[in-house]
Design a protein around this ligand. Structure first.
Ligand SMILES: Nc1ncnc2c1ncn2[C@@H]1O[C@H](COP(=O)(O)OP(=O)(O)OP(=O)(O)O)[C@@H](O)[C@H]1O
Ligand SMILES: [Mg+2]
Length: 469
């Protein structure tokens, strides 16, 4: 039940925007309440996620901004976000996280790089309300200078590698350079290629994709360059190839490492001379197409093994983009889970499920060999088999359950223990540092991995003089 005091605070504030601060058991955000200007805002502090949801249920329209900490207690930041978004879809959520605050609004994440939350809380809140007001009046996006996350919003993530990709995409805007994207299957190579196209001057021209590994070798030349009628037995009519269809736009050459040697020579010639002929034709066509190529192989190794021409590799590898597998950027997993649960539940007309801490941990810790595609499929499967929104451990795919049950055994971790033994506090310190490295500094996730509370982790950090880690 909403306390009468809270109700009163919200009620008395005429039309000032209400900022709801949802704290956890460590009360890390309590001090913020006192820093928020009463002339501009009504600040309401509650001591936990459950109370926060009650305020949202009671006053969904009055709450403009919610401030939470990305944490491991209660439902965890991601679980709370799902409910909050459902109850108050117009509110912006300011999430405080170890690597700096970020904003979640209307399904997008915006990085608030620069400002210090405590020093500049009123400035931040003002720019958010301004953005919300502008958003209501028009569709224009005007939160200061649009942040990188905003401009490349389709690519969800907050790990250092995704931020590096945002920065690269930022530099690429306005350019037509050839790009080579390398990464395991399902890491988002095509999504990145589409984003490169959409943020380029070629945006209004076609984006055409061709999977060089999925088309038989004898057909690929005609797929790329087109053919004249009668060029080969099945060529009953003339046909344009992808280069012509993509004219002025972007051609995405997926699995480019699968092209056979003969085609590699032809492609290289087209890239160098910017002209081609259809199969069976003798007219030379000029081409203006930006090439974005992708491969899930290590193309360097394929070159060294002699299966891919090095001159073509250098032609393609003008701007290299490496997309790491999801297991190497675990900080992205909670955001991706949140994104796909929301998106897929909406598409399927399902309510958002309640995710227990146990389920969230299993889903966050899983290694996802199929990367983001596998994560999206798991979410869809859970929403399909649990229509009532209640997900239990046995609903998770076998491999997720098995991995959760076989979290690394201590014996494996200690394989390299020297004969002379090791000092326990040294091992603990190293373990904490290494785990923080894996979680990109996310202390909640690190505490969860080690199996201690967040409070205990903070205690150890200060004990070992690592408070700023
Ligand atoms: N960072 C991300 N944010 C949101 N969605 C993502 C992200 N990365 C991948 N996806 C989604 O995951 C799915 C797989 O991504 P995509 O097809 O781009 O991967 P890929 O690397 O091209 O895979 P493959 O090598 O198998 O072709 C798509 O639905 C894509 O939209
Ligand atoms: Mg692909």
């Amino acid at each position: 039940m909403l306390s009468p005091a809270t109700k009163n605070t919200i009620g008395t504030g005429n039309n000032k925007p209400v900022v709801l601060i949802v704290d956890d058991e460590y009360c890390v955000l309590r001090a913020l309440c006192r820093l928020i200007s009463p002339q501009e805002f009504i600040a309401v502090w509650v001591a936990g996620e459950q109370q926060g949801l009650e305020v949202l249920k009671d006053q969904p329209k009055r709450i403009r901004i919610i401030i939470i900490d990305l944490k491991s207690s209660g439902m965890g930041g991601a679980g709370f976000l799902q409910h909050a978004r459902h109850l108050a879809p117009h509110a912006a959520v300011l999430i405080t996280a170890p690597l700096g605050p970020f904003l979640y609004q209307g399904g997008n994440f915006y990085e608030l790089s620069g400002p210090n939350l405590k020093q500049d809380i009123n400035g931040i809140l003002l720019s958010i309300t301004q953005k919300l007001n502008n958003g209501a009046a028009s569709q224009k996006k005007t939160i200061r200078k649009p942040e990188l996350k905003e401009r490349f919003g389709a690519i969800i993530g907050r790990s250092e590698s995704i931020n590096a990709i945002y920065r690269l995409l930022d530099h690429l805007q306005g350019s037509s350079s050839t790009v080579l994207i390398q990464g395991e299957s399902g890491t988002g190579k095509e999504l990145i290629a589409q984003t490169i196209h959409q943020t380029s001057p070629r945006e209004s021209r076609p984006f055409v994709a061709i999977n060089c590994g999925a088309i038989p070798a004898n057909l690929i030349e005609s797929e790329l360059f087109g053919h004249e009628r009668g060029a080969f037995t099945t060529a009953v009519s003339q046909r344009k190839g992808k280069f012509e269809v993509a004219e002025g736009g972007t051609l995405f050459l997926d699995e480019v490492g699968e092209l056979d040697r003969e085609l590699q020579v032809k492609l290289l010639r087209v890239l160098q001379e910017k002209e081609f002929q259809r199969v069976g034709g003798n007219v030379t066509y000029k081409t203006d197409v930006r090439i974005v190529a992708a491969t899930s192989q290590d193309l360097n190794q394929v070159v060294q093994a002699g299966h891919f021409r090095d001159d073509l590799f250098y032609r393609l590898n003008v701007i290299p983009v490496h997309v790491p597998p999801l297991r190497e950027r675990k900080a992205d997993i909670p955001l991706l889970l949140d994104h796909f649960f929301n998106k897929t539940a909406k598409e399927m007309g399902r309510c958002l499920p309640d995710l227990s801490e146990e389920i969230l941990t299993a889903l966050t810790d899983y290694r996802y060999p199929g990367n983001v595609r596998e994560l999206a499929n798991i979410v869809e499967r859970l929403l399909t088999i649990c229509p009532d929104g209640k997900i239990s451990l046995r609903d998770l795919p076998k491999e997720v359950r098995e991995e959760a049950a076989h979290a690394p055994q201590a014996a494996t971790v200690l394989n390299a223990l020297p004969d002379g033994g090791a000092c326990l506090s040294q091992v603990e310190k190293e373990l904490i540092l290494k785990t923080l490295e894996i979680t990109s500094g996310n202390k909640s996730a690190a505490a969860r991995m080690i199996g201690i509370t967040r409070r205990r982790l903070y205690l150890r950090l200060s004990q070992y003089g690592l408070a700023s880690a």
